[in-house]
Design a protein around this ligand. Structure first.
Ligand code: SF4
Length: 319
């Protein structure tokens, strides 16, 4: 499938079918922790990059194969809301199924009324907010010119006032960058204005090709939870895990997931082992055969090996 991947399993969204609406990498930001690598050319204009009917058709086919999904998640190889017509897709998917629909976005275009409008039917929207000050926002997210921190916050505030679904803000906590008390207090002040239903703290557990990014210490993570919990409900970071047991084609499922983000080798080993219960040797052989295919290579991040797609500059979506 070209647009649909998974289901992938995560603590935040359970079993989630991913829908990628963008050609890589199409983004309004150039985050220092981005798994897709550097944003070589900012995309600021919204477009229907691929025909919406074609995407919808794939979703329909995937839904026919998967009947135990917790979410259908729109996410992209870049900024999801650059896809013009996402509102139509959300509405059509909701006519087709009762499975709730989530949209993961960096939120940079929420100051535009038409973008907010396209999100109103989603059951959950997960925009990013990584800093409570302009300086830190610019340092971490490196937005395209013309996109300011103030606009970003105003967009989130406006969206909150119009949107009746679940607004779950994602905060990427970066060791030594936005995990100081001062940075966290600034962030808490801005979150209080936005009033999200929840904040999901996420960690840079996957490698970023452009820059070495550190995980926050446990003490800083606890302090972040303590400070942000004063203004909203905070979900502490939990690593996702992959479940391949219902995948119609394991090779295709693994390729689709790894081509969108690096996957920790341990997580992949466990997911494959779950598909061969009591047959550890068969699971090992399958994984060795997969690696020998030459489609993948290993990279190190925080001392852990990760699988990424061979010879591709971009290795995944992030936001
Ligand atoms: S992390 Fe997301 S918002 Fe940031 S540059 Fe990468 S794709 Fe864009």
């Amino acid at each position: 499938m070209k647009y649909v991947f998974g289901p992938v399993s995560s603590k935040r969204l359970g079993q989630s079918l991913g829908v990628d609406l963008l050609p890589p990498k199409s983004c309004t930001w150039n985050c220092i922790y981005c798994q897709l690598g550097k944003t070589r050319k900012f995309v600021a204009e919204r477009q229907e990059f691929f025909p919406r009917e074609e995407i919808f058709d794939e979703i329909r086919q995937a839904l026919a194969l998967n009947n135990s999904l917790d979410w259908i998640t729109f996410v992209g190889s870049g900024e999801t809301m650059l896809y013009k017509g996402i509102g139509w897709l959300v509405a059509e998917v909701k006519k087709l199924t009762n499975t709730p629909v989530a949209v993961i976005t960096n939120g940079s275009l929420l100051s535009l009324p038409e973008v907010r409008e396209e999100l109103l039917q989603a059951d959950a929207v997960l925009p990013s907010l990584n800093a409570g000050s302009e300086t830190l926002h610019n340092q971490i997210c490196q937005p395209a010119s013309g996109l300011t921190f103030q606009q970003h916050v105003e967009g989130l505030v406006a969206f909150r006032s119009e949107y009746k679904g679940r607004l779950w803000i994602e905060v990427m906590l970066l060791g030594g960058i936005n995990d100081t008390d001062a940075a966290l207090n600034d962030l808490a002040n801005v979150l209080a204005k936005i009033n999200p239903d929840m904040v999901h703290l996420v960690l840079p557990t996957r490698p970023a090709p452009e820059q070495e990014i550190r995980l926050p210490s446990e003490e800083r993570l606890e302090q972040a939870i303590a400070i942000l919990s004063k203004v909203t409900v905070v979900v502490s970071p939990l690593k996702g895990n992959m479940d391949l047991r219902n995948a119609p084609d394991m090779l295709e499922a693994i390729t689709a997931i790894v081509s969108r983000h690096p996957v920790q080798q341990r997580e992949l080993q466990k997911a494959v082992a779950d598909c061969f219960p009591g047959e550890a040797q068969k699971a090992d052989e399958f994984l060795s055969g997969l690696f020998a295919s030459g489609r993948f290579r290993l990279v190190e991040h925080n001392g852990e090996p990760y699988w990424v797609i061979q010879n591709e500059e971009n290795n995944g979506f992030n936001c």
